[in-house]
Unconditional design. Structure first.
Length: 257
């Protein structure tokens, strides 16, 4: 049984976690299939932007499969955590923008997967949380590392140590969500964002993502060194000439033709 669906249209690839009867909870099979799906779209020339979402209207990903985790020993848990970290790193370091379309619960591993995405569009019924401490655990797929960078250290410590679940409005207030919209507009709003990105130079987008990601772990000087290298490198490619010429000629650039 396949738990992942991929739809591609106009350079937008939608990856759908399709396990609604379990609120799209992540067991080893879902994790493996989702990893394969990300590898596929990252290398697909017909993909410019990726949208990840969950099937149904109740959950993005409600978390890990608790019953499966109950049976794990320490070595199995380590391997499971490592596989989840590899997936979230693949998403975070993608040269193509990845949008999380969060429709309902994004808890535990689901919250961590959303954190790894470059942007988060959320429905009005969305909720986020890292409730692992309530199970005697901690976030193991990057939550302790990414959440402080997105919402600040103090708020991240509060959310992780209390296991508190926050609603869509609070997620937007603290900078976790980029935008809130009605549930029936979630995918159209996510596609609208994707389409606005696709109007721009793909190489410039990829280089920008690299500068942002690498710069998070560097000094400002080191980050600016990478930035100016990427800036100069773009002048080796036709893409920048099309962009500059289109601006002078007062027309829209055609980067992807």
């Amino acid at each position: 049984m396949s738990y992942i669906k991929i739809n591609n249209d106009n350079l937008i690839s939608e990856i759908i976690i399709d396990r609604p009867e379990a609120l799209n909870a992540m067991n080893s099979d879902v994790l493996s299939e989702l990893t394969d799906a990300m590898k596929k779209v990252k290398s697909d020339d017909k993909t410019g932007v990726v949208i990840i979402t969950g099937a149904g209207d109740k959950a993005f990903i409600a978390g890990a499969d608790i019953k499966a985790m109950q049976q794990m020993n320490a070595k199995e848990a380590f391997d499971y955590g490592k596989a989840g970290q590899q997936l979230t790193m693949m998403i975070e370091t993608s040269s193509k923008p990845v949008i999380a379309a969060v429709n309902g619960f994004a808890l535990g591993g689901g919250c961590e997967l959303a954190l790894a995405c470059h942007m988060r569009i959320v429905s009005e019924n969305a909720s986020f949380g890292q409730p692992e401490v309530k199970l005697g655990l901690l976030p193991g797929w990057g939550g302790t590392q990414r959440l402080p960078k997105i919402v600040g250290v103090g708020k991240a410590i509060e959310l992780i140590t209390t296991g508190k679940i926050i609603n869509a409005e609070e997620s937007y207030r603290i900078g976790l969500a980029n935008k809130i919209c009605p549930q029936n507009q979630l995918m159209s709003e996510s596609r609208k964002l994707a389409s606005s990105i696709l109007k721009n130079g793909p190489r410039a987008i990829s280089s920008s993502l690299r500068c942002i990601h690498d710069g998070l772990t560097m000094s400002i000087k080191e980050g600016m060194d990478i930035e100016v290298e990427e800036f100069g490198e773009l002048f080796r490619h036709d893409e920048r000439m099309e962009g500059l010429t289109a601006f002078i000629e007062k027309r829209d650039p055609e980067f992807r033709h």
